[in-house]
Design a binder for this molecule. Sequence first.
Ligand SMILES: Cc1ncc(COP(=O)(O)O)c(C=O)c1O
Length: 334
Amino acid sequence: GFGQIFTDHILYMEFDRAKGGWGPAEIRPYGLLNLEPGSACLHYGQIVWDGLKCYRSEDGLRLFRPRENFKRLNYSARRMCMPEVDVEYMLAALKELLKVEARWVPKTLGTSLYIRPCMLASEPFLGLHKANRYILFIMLSPSGPYFKEGFKPVKILVEDKYVRAAIGGTGEAKTAGNYAASLKSTDEAMEKGFSQTLWLDACERKYIEEVGAMNMAFVINGEVVTPPLNGSILAGITRKSILEICKHLNIPAVERKISIGEVIKGIQNGNLTEAFGMGTAAIIAPVGSIYYKENNYTINNFEVGPIATQLYQELTGIQYGSKPDIFGWIEKVE
Ligand SMILES: Cc1ncc(COP(=O)(O)O)c(C=O)c1O
């Protein structure tokens, strides 16, 4: 399963405000971190992370838009009063780690090496203020194909009791607390046989936000519709790439608010023909049905639609090198 095995080494660096900032990055064997029980991250949640993948193609190892991930790590860090990193330095250091761990990048199509940068407050103190000392590490985990039985739709549950994030909160940052806040809903959804929770906005419980670890899109009257980046959802790199691919392929695409009422009406009158999640883990995850207030609504006869299929092929084609990198998204690890 995903995220169960970690490679032999991590990238490791420390920040100390008193010493003027970040120390050098070093490659260390995977092992225990040196954290005191009083470390601020354990009490006050100053933890941010990100996620990207290294793909093996015929011409070697490649990363997909890695600068975007380090920029987003910096965005998350700013929101959580944590120090930023130098994007180019981190990318160069990550490449060194990947060269050491190259044998861990799996070969078959659909597989990859998942990369998890994570920053946390290590300074020991009790008190509600930002820490002065931090640890940043990057760990790696080989990842099998997301769709083991092929590219198949998933069932999701629309959450109308719990909320994940509100405008003005931390929803747009990739910080651990957001995921902790989502566990209760995800747990209950999984117990009922759904694979994910679809979040609604915290204020009116009306507008689509995102799913567990993916942004959402719907195809309505032939147009790809995705909720705007309103501050409470994550600015997904897959979402951003899909919007650019749509533009290139002349598939109409728009960022606008979309209510759960509009989604259900569209399914019922046949105007909504596809729904899919977008994220690094699955790239595109077609949604076959949504469950909302005791009713189940099936989309496109629980079959994968043509637009989701085309977008999946385009994006994975670029990532694995079977299609040309026309957008300049690929960073080779040489
Ligand atoms: C909450 C959330 N939304 C959306 C995404 C998708 O973002 P990306 O496409 O950058 O992986 C993720 C995963 O990283 C996520 O955790």
